[in-house]
Design a protein around this ligand. Structure first.
Ligand code: 2X7
Ligand code: FE2
Length: 296
C-alpha cells in the first residue's frame, strides 16, 4: 500500500508546442516558436529526469466521453493522431504502452466511489492529441507506460459544480489506486488555463509577432490562478474554479486540473511555475507540484 504520487504537473497540450520542436514522429515541419513555454517544458523534463517514477497518469480534455469516465486499458497502442482543428500542425505517429493493471485499479476505485467508469479495450483506438502532446512534452522518450483518463461530460451536461464534485471523487479514487498499486506515479493535467482563442491563424503559424493573450481580462484571470498555485492555496483555487471556467472560458472545464489537485490532496506547499505563455491567444502554464521537495 505504499504507492505514491511523486509529482503532479499542469501540462498543457497546444499542438503548436510539438510542431515547434520538429520531433520525428510529427509530419509537419516548423521554424520554431513559443520558446517561453517550450523552455519551461525543458526545465520540467530536467526535474522529472531526477524523479524516480514508473508511470505517467494523464487526464485529457480531448478524449471526451459521452457517458462517464473511460480509462485506456489496452497494453500497446499505435497509429496516427491528428488534431482535427490543426491538421496542418499535428499529424503524429504514436506508439505507446499502457499500464493496464493500474488503469483497471483506477476504474475499480472510481466505481467503488459511485462514478460511472469504463475500461477502454478497443485495440484500434486512436489516442487523442491532448494525451499524446502532454505525454510527449513531459517524456519525449516514451520510455514509461501511461494511464490515460477521459474527460466526462458532467460540467457540460449538468453544471460546473456537478463536474467539480465528480473530479474530486475521481482524483481521490486515482490516489487510492496508486497507493494500493505500490507504484510511483507522475500525474499530468493536460488543460490550458484561459481559453479564448483567435479564430484565424497567421499565414505562418509560428510567426511570433502575432502571438499574444486574447485580452487583458483573460490575462488577469490566469495570473490570479497562478498566484494561488504559487502560494499553495489550492483549496481556494478549487472554490474559484466554477467562476474561472465561466469567465475565462477555461479549458479547466474538462476537469483535468481539478482531478489532479484532488489526487494530490489539495497541496498547501508552493507549486513550481516552469512557464506561462499564450498559444493563439489562450493562456498556458507549465506548473509542477513536487511533494518530496516540500518535505525537506
Ligand atoms: O487544444 C488546444 C488548446 N487547448 C490550446 C491552444 C491551441 C490549440 O489547441
Ligand atoms: Fe485543448
Amino acid at each position: 500500500m505504499n504507492g505514491q504520487i511523486v509529482a503532479g504537473v499542469l501540462a498543457p497540450h497546444p499542438p503548436h508546442l510539438v510542431y515547434a520542436e520538429n520531433p520525428p514522429q510529427n509530419e509537419p515541419r516548423s521554424e520554431g516558436g513559443w520558446e517561453g513555454l517550450r523552455w519551461g517544458y525543458e526545465r520540467l523534463r530536467k526535474k522529472l529526469a531526477e524523479t524516480d517514477y514508473e508511470v505517467l497518469v494523464v487526464h485529457s480534455p480531448h478524449w471526451k466521453t459521452r457517458t462517464g469516465t473511460h480509462v485506456l486499458a489496452v497494453p500497446e497502442l499505435s497509429g496516427l493522431s491528428v488534431d482535427p482543428i490543426f491538421p496542418n500542425l499535428f499529424r503524429y505517429k504514436f506508439d505507446l504502452k499502457v499500464d493496464v493493471e493500474l488503469a483497471r485499479a483506477i476504474v475499480a476505485e472510481g466505481r467503488a466511489s459511485g462514478l460511472e467508469m469504463v475500461p477502454m479495450e478497443n485495440p484500434a483506438f486512436r489516442v487523442d492529441y491532448g494525451t499524446i502532446i502532454s505525454c510527449h512534452l513531459a517524456n519525449p522518450a516514451w520510455d514509461k507506460p501511461i494511464v490515460a483518463i477521459s474527460s466526462s461530460s458532467a460540467h457540460f451536461d449538468y453544471s460546473n459544480e456537478v463536474g467539480e464534485e465528480e473530479m474530486a471523487k475521481l482524483g481521490a479514487a486515482t490516489a487510492k489506486a496508486i497507493a494500493k498499486s505500490g507504484k510511483k506515479a507522475v500525474l499530468l493535467a493536460s488543460n490550458s488555463l484561459s481559453h479564448r482563442h483567435f479564430t484565424t491563424e497567421p499565414e505562418l503559424p509560428e510567426d511570433m509577432s502575432k502571438e499574444h493573450i486574447y485580452h487583458h481580462g483573460q490575462y488577469l484571470w490566469d495570473m490570479k490562478v497562478i498566484q494561488l498555485m504559487k502560494e499553495g492555496r489550492t483549496r481556494e483555487l478549487a472554490d474559484l474554479m466554477p467562476d474561472f471556467i465561466d469567465q475565462a472560458l477555461s479549458e479547466c472545464r474538462d476537469g483535468c486540473l481539478s482531478w489532479m489537485l484532488a489526487a494530490l490532496g489539495y497541496p498547501t506547499f508552493p507549486a513550481e511555475v516552469y512557464a506561462y505563455g499564450t498559444v493563439i491567444g489562450t493562456g498556458n502554464a507549465v506548473v509542477g507540484w513536487h511533494p518530496e521537495d516540500a518535505m525537506v
